[in-house]
Design a protein around this ligand. Structure first.
Ligand SMILES: Nc1ncnc2c1ncn2[C@@H]1O[C@H](COP(=O)(O)OP(=O)(O)OP(=O)(O)O)[C@@H](O)[C@H]1O
Length: 347
């Protein structure tokens, strides 16, 4: 297990060896385990955004849910504001839920259709017995305004709002308890592209004005780039690369990060980094490849990659860390990288 990398020595959130395995059963018999998250380490500073990116199924949502303790980790530890919260329960967990909030991908599914917007946003205050000085109603109106909604719409129902407005309602609810950190799980993926930028800008403004920290989960590297100071790239339950945003986008060292970046369209419709194309499907987390999990799709893989699991090694003066035996060193080409095909490596 490596130490958390590339953050400050006094982070708000620190995660070490975080693991979630889901048992798979056939009848009453346990037949295997889904290694959804398999020993991840990272830190988040107060007021900072860490972007968590990777393809579908790599363990982003599971990680996010463990952070806010909606899911129990199988192993590893989570510390928040200097306290180990991995097994917090009872009143400690209730207090923690005020500091740590989550915004979900599908705003509609997370809003009770039978409750008015006012009631939805007021709910966290009521559940926690918080009585704002000017009253709950005033505080809710303030929150609606803060997220760019009309406070006069207090008595409307979720179905009367557009997708972007519903996500704003979810954000207002998350802000009600004045949290220190918000896990935003694909908060714009379900929205029209034209609305995505508005919601991302709202979150950026809140981060700046309220000093909030975010773990911003997305599969889209372009979205993460606009919002994150640091970025962690996940593959099959592990972090393969983490670093300062500009370093990571300009000089990605892990072949997987390079491949992901080359698939991000730029304004010309070309990949920002050329034409690396990943071969094959993501292997199943029920039976991940030995050694480096990316090796079955990697064009640089050697026999060593099949036998030795690469650790997340700090590079670039500690600002970036990469789990790869054969990291790239140069900047990402602006265009024209060869289409990459993996070596024949046996599993
Ligand atoms: N309750 C569960 N039981 C069994 N397997 C699960 C469970 N929840 C998630 N998984 C599996 O764990 C792996 C990681 O899932 P997770 O939802 O965390 O990935 P993700 O990166 O967030 O994907 P997406 O972008 O599609 O949401 C997947 O293979 C998923 O099928």
């Amino acid at each position: 297990m490596s130490a958390p990398v590339a953050g400050s020595p006094d982070p708000l959130l620190s995660v070490t060896g975080l693991t979630k395995h889901f048992p798979v059963r056939e009848g009453l018999r346990r037949s295997g385990v889904v290694r959804a998250v398999d020993g991840v380490d990272f830190t988040v500073d107060a007021g900072e955004t860490l972007g968590l990116v990777g393809e579908s199924g790599c363990g982003k949502t599971t990680t996010g849910r463990m952070l806010v303790r909606l899911m129990e980790p199988t192993a590893g530890s989570i510390s928040f504001a200097g306290r180990n919260i991995t097994r917090a329960g009872g009143r400690e967990l209730q207090k923690l839920r005020q500091d740590l909030q989550i915004i979900f991908q599908d705003p509609y599914a997370s809003l009770n259709p039978r409750h008015t917007v006012g009631r939805i946003v007021a709910m966290p205050l009521e559940v926690n017995g918080i009585k704002p000085p000017g009253g709950v109603r005033n505080r809710v109106r303030e929150l609606l305004e803060l997220v760019g909604l009309n406070p006069e719409h207090y008595n409307r129902y979720p179905h009367e709002f557009s997708g972007g407005q519903r996500q704003r309602i979810g954000i207002a609810r998350a802000l009600a308890l004045e949290p220190k950190l918000i896990v935003a799980d694909e908060p714009v993926s379900a929205l029209d592209v034209s609305i995505q930028a508005q919601v991302v800008n709202l979150l950026r403004g809140l981060q700046r004005d309220l000093g909030l920290a975010f773990v911003f989960i997305a599969h889209d590297l372009a979205v993460v780039r606009h919002f994150s100071q640091r970025v962690a790239v996940m593959y099959l339950g592990t972090i393969v690369e983490i670093g300062d945003r500009d370093d990571l986008y300009q000089r990605p060292q892990h072949p997987y990060t390079r491949a992901l970046l080359s698939a991000v369209p730029d304004v010309t419709g070309q990949g920002v980094g050329g034409r690396i194309r990943l071969a094959g499907d993501v292997p199943t987390p029920l039976d991940p490849p030995s050694g480096c999990r990316f090796r079955t799709r990697c064009w640089k893989a050697t026999d060593r990659c099949a036998t030795e699991t690469p650790a997340l090694v700090p590079r670039e003066g500690g600002r970036q860390a990469t789990a790869c035996h054969h990291p790239e060193t140069g900047p990402l080409a602006s265009s024209g990288d060869a289409v990459a095909v993996p070596n024949e490596v046996s599993r």
